[in-house]
Design a binder for this molecule. Sequence first.
Ligand SMILES: Cc1cc2nc3c(=O)[nH]c(=O)nc-3n(C[C@H](O)[C@H](O)[C@H](O)COP(=O)(O)OP(=O)(O)OC[C@H]3O[C@@H](n4cnc5c(N)ncnc54)[C@H](O)[C@@H]3O)c2cc1C
Length: 416
Amino acid sequence: MSGEQAAQDSGARDGESQAVWDVVVIGAGPAGASAAHAAAVGGRRVLLLEKAELPRYKTCGGGIIGPSRDALPPGFDLPLRDRVHAVTFSLNGRLTRTKRSRQMLFGLINRPEFDAALVDTAREAGAVVRTGVTVSRVEQHGPGVPDRRTVAVILNGTSSGGPGKRDEEVVYARAVVGADGSASRIGAHVGVKLDQVDLGLEAEIPVPAAVAEDWSGRVHIDWGPLPGSYGWVFPKGDSLTVGVISARGDGGATKRYLDDFIARLGLAGFEPSVSTGHLTRCRADDSPLSRGRVLVCGDAAGLLEPWTREGISYALRSGRLAGEWAVRIAEAHDAVDARRQALNYAFAVKAGLGVEMGVGRRMLTLFERRPGLLHAALTTFPPAWRAFAGITSGKRTLAELVRTHPIARRALDSMS
Ligand SMILES: Cc1cc2nc3c(=O)[nH]c(=O)nc-3n(C[C@H](O)[C@H](O)[C@H](O)COP(=O)(O)OP(=O)(O)OC[C@H]3O[C@@H](n4cnc5c(N)ncnc54)[C@H](O)[C@@H]3O)c2cc1C
């Protein structure tokens, strides 16, 4: 951040905290940055709040598939660490086979770098950014809320009261976007309902140049031993992101899978610089996406591809929609109009991402029952590999493929 920008952001903190913002966005991941950008480009007064200092670490493979690339703000320069042209598939360490493509399949980024750059884009569009502030709750009724068109956002990020004491500060908004990730407080306020929770474990492993060279341009995907689980190696230049994901419930088994996977790859001798875990959550079909003047998007709304647990494109796409509809909610003169705009947001999300999630759920069911079939199809049946390449590169979505391709539809119908 430039000195001028820091001064501007700190001016907003000192002078404007009592003013009513058009839109306050909570959480500065891809969903929040995208929402703040979409709301700010229309000239609205937008405040983006983030509890961490940026750049901040986020447990994530950093795989950027075509739909993520296509949902980036115009002119955004994607900070790619690698371009994937080959995928090595294995079935729990067996039947290893590498498939190659002349076209780039997808890109790989480091999340701290990518997320901070997205926040810069929102800032350049006019959003004011405050980091190091945690939102503890939002209130839409009661003595703390000046009128029915206003939401009170309560922060407790400043600690000038000394150790153990947290000052409470309130900012006011005409509309709020909750983009505070998978453990979302705003999601709880809205009443987001979930029907799938998974545990992802990941290690960032710095490797010598020769090892890095061997992985350059190639990822590894291993269909795992636990139902619905898989593992990945995503190269990022001088380090590899190695992770596994599986249904929450047996953390010990998920950890053993990660350890075995790393050992099988011959990477056990390299000390990870970071080892983390994070839950991913998928919304239930009938889960709300708003309450009053508050919308949720990205992980906070449980918007995530249920099979691959790909979430960056869902965060970017739902974030942009949330930013656009939050502007309309901010302009709504009464509760009925605000509700109409919130329902429009929900409709837009369900018509696009909701349909894709439905197909993803069916793919997960199929994959849980028959991982070997999927592995065989991808590694020995060229149309299946071409479909994989088309989906990751953004030429088509899985939902389009199932809708337009009778064989794919019949296969999914018969299996699930
Ligand atoms: C192991 C793993 C690997 C993954 N790999 C991929 C991948 O390769 N590709 C892909 O597309 N997706 C992947 N995902 C999913 C992807 O990481 C998420 O879907 C994506 O980060 C969602 O973005 P978001 O903006 O909704 O939430 P987040 O990125 O989680 O951002 C939320 C932000 O809100 C802030 N925040 C939280 N609470 C508060 C609060 N109270 N006040 C203020 N700020 C707050 C947080 O600090 C954070 O910065 C992976 C997930 C996991 C767990």
